[in-house]
Design a binder for this molecule. Structure first.
Ligand code: GLA
Length: 370
């Protein structure tokens, strides 16, 4: 037999034996010319406790955010005591995989221990003391990861739903300039790091206007601020594409970068429509709020897929301004929406299912890039 006939036979046999798998591109490949694709990681994920999950994270994402380990109560639980053990591993994971590492967050009204605002008798501290504590915290945490954490959510959720400043202890004790002070300290601690203001529901016109006013004020005072993080905790119908579009336009017009920082799409019923019922005791209500304990029906998968595709189409329209889209979690079982605002629900807000398999929403998102 001559060699060319032999080669043909071998190639034909190989083609018949190997199933024709058309591998889908990964998220980071599909959007490589548009924006970074990130995921928020919990400790078990960046400590690589599950091989399938680690492989998925490395394959799909080129940026990471820490779900909790850099929040004040985790890293600085008591006066003068820092615990960097998990945060160090988070940064190490990102650095060894060449990922764009985000720090989240430096100033927030949640997940901040009570001692931060109190003296040793439990009385509120004065402005000077709180500013000093804020400065020490930011210099210590940002300073430790200088050059490795590339972008920080400096201030998280300082606005209320009407667009005014939220009446937090930061505002009450320091005054409205706690925001610019935080940015100033962070910039001094790492002049190369990108610095962001991050918030939710910025698609609602009143809050959007408040945010635009705030960012404009900070920029005109010369505060170093690189971008605005639009959290992106969405539902199937909220926000409208139109409101999202208007919000992305509004921030782009301010000349700052925009990023979607905590994307997920909740398919479960809104818990707060149910008034003040005690959901822990009312079984019928619990069932109503948790309609898919055994899996998401196909029709809902398709709804979720088309919602995700719509969102990514809007993001792509703004690809010149958007530098990153980060999902708040990797696979459905890790999402905060399984325990918040109602504990023990089965939620489906992400692109990968509980077996780490891509959902129809994953394919729909990838298609928007093609
Ligand atoms: C907010 C915070 C995040 C996280 C989510 C829900 O959006 O910024 O750190 O706590 O809520 O988990």
């Amino acid at each position: 037999m001559n060699t060319s006939i032999a080669t043909t036979i071998i190639l034909t046999a190989a083609t018949l034996l190997i199933p024709c798998v058309q591998a889908e591109p990964t998220l980071k490949e599909a959007f490589k010319n548009d924006f970074l694709i990130g995921a928020a990681l919990n400790a078990s994920q960046f400590c690589q406790s599950n091989a399938a999950e680690t492989a998925l994270i490395k394959a799909q994402f080129n940026s990471i955010s820490p779900e909790n380990v850099l929040k004040w109560n985790s890293i600085h639980p008591s006066p003068g005591k820092y615990d960097f053990s998990l945060a160090d591993r988070y940064v190490e994971f990102g650095a060894s995989n060449g990922m764009f590492i985000i720090g989240h967050n430096l100033v927030w009204h949640e997940q901040t221990p009570a001692w931060v605002f109190q003296d040793k008798h439990g009385q509120p501290v004065c402005r000077k003391v709180l500013l000093q504590r804020l400065r020490d915290h930011i210099f210590t945490v940002v300073g430790r990861y200088k050059g490795r954490i590339k972008g920080w959510d400096v201030v998280n959720e300082a606005l209320d739903e009407n667009g005014g400043l939220r009446p937090s202890l930061w505002l009450k004790i320091i005054g409205p300039d706690f925001i610019e002070k935080a940015f100033q300290f962070a910039h001094e601690a790492d002049p190369q790091a990108e610095l962001y203001y991050n918030d939710y529901a910025l698609e609602n016109p009143a809050k959007r206007t408040g945010a635009v006013t705030l960012i404009h004020k900070l920029k005109s005072k010369g505060v170093f601020l690189t971008g605005v993080g639009v959290q992106g905790h969405y539902g199937l119908t909220w926000p409208t594409n139109c409101d999202l579009d208007a919000t992305l336009d509004a921030f782009t017009n301010l000349g700052v970068k925009v990023m979607i920082t905590e994307l997920d799409v909740d398919v479960l019923p809104f818990a707060w429509d149910q008034g003040n019922a005690d959901i822990t005791r009312n079984f019928a209500l619990q069932m109503k709020l948790n309609p898919y304990p055994d899996g998401l029906p196909e029709a809902m998968q398709q709804k979720l897929a088309s919602r995700y595709a719509d969102l990514f189409r809007v993001f792509l329209k703004h690809r010149d301004a958007i530098s990153r889209v980060t999902l708040w979690g990797v696979a459905d079982q890790d999402s905060w929406l399984n325990y918040c605002p109602v504990n023990g629900r089965t939620s489906y807000p992400l692109l990968f299912d509980r077996q780490y398999q891509p959902k129809p929403a994953f394919g729909a998102v990838i298609k928007t890039a093609q």
